[in-house]
Design a protein around this ligand. Sequence first.
Ligand code: GLN
Length: 271
Amino acid sequence: MKFKNIAALFSSALIAVALVACGGGAGSTNSQGDANSGKKTYVIASDNGFAPFEIANADGTYTGIDMDLMDAIAKDQGFSYEMQNVGFKMAVSSLEAGQVDGVIAGMSITDERREMFDFSDPYYDSTVCCAALADSEINSLEDLKGKNVAVKDGTMSQSWAESIKDQYGFTTTTFKDSPKMYQEVGGNSVACFEDTPVMAYSIKQYKATDGKEGVNLKIIGEVSPDDQYASQYGFAVKKGQNAELLDKFNAGLANLKKSGKYDEIVNKYLK
Ligand code: GLN
């Protein structure tokens, strides 16, 4: 009798231990991580229109490669975050001002930016290009002579445009975001400058949806992958701060690459 009771006690104690272990296991990396860092929810800033990295949906939500990557990395590493899609330049200046913890926005890793920010391991290779209306007579950079082009504020493609504008004899008008810049082409600008994967995506979308989505442009010039304006995208934190978040991002990214989840995310948008 006594024996039985002890056995029963023992086994219910085991069950209790098992329950605690379960509760404290898989599902709890999140809350434990939060408890350790004082329940911190990281604030991440991003672009407001840079498909397929940031896709603005009609209902006000955002999807895209960067959004899915951040989500998968946060889940993998057990941290919580809040995403603010404020536009590229605003995202970068908010990070510079220490108002947000990180930026994921198809942001190119450059030596100049490394003076202000620490970058994660690179997660995507990119170049920059110039695009004109598909049915226009503008077919090369030489055709931009005496014309105006649209550029996006604070970007690599803007830097490329500014670096060659005297050589090709064009002027530039600056826009805050990619969608507004694309709209300008065919208006006061004959072409725009943009990251190639992003421009190529919108052009492909246009063809695939019979003009319902995307833009009716054609790429008329592009830098080579070894050019100084080619780049790799990275997640950024303010220099010397949030090393812990950067480590988590890198660890999560490595896990996603290993598990095939990274390829799954990229292929979902870029096939
Ligand atoms: N990759 C470019 C840069 O970092 C553009 C980024 C963007 O427009 N979101 O300058």
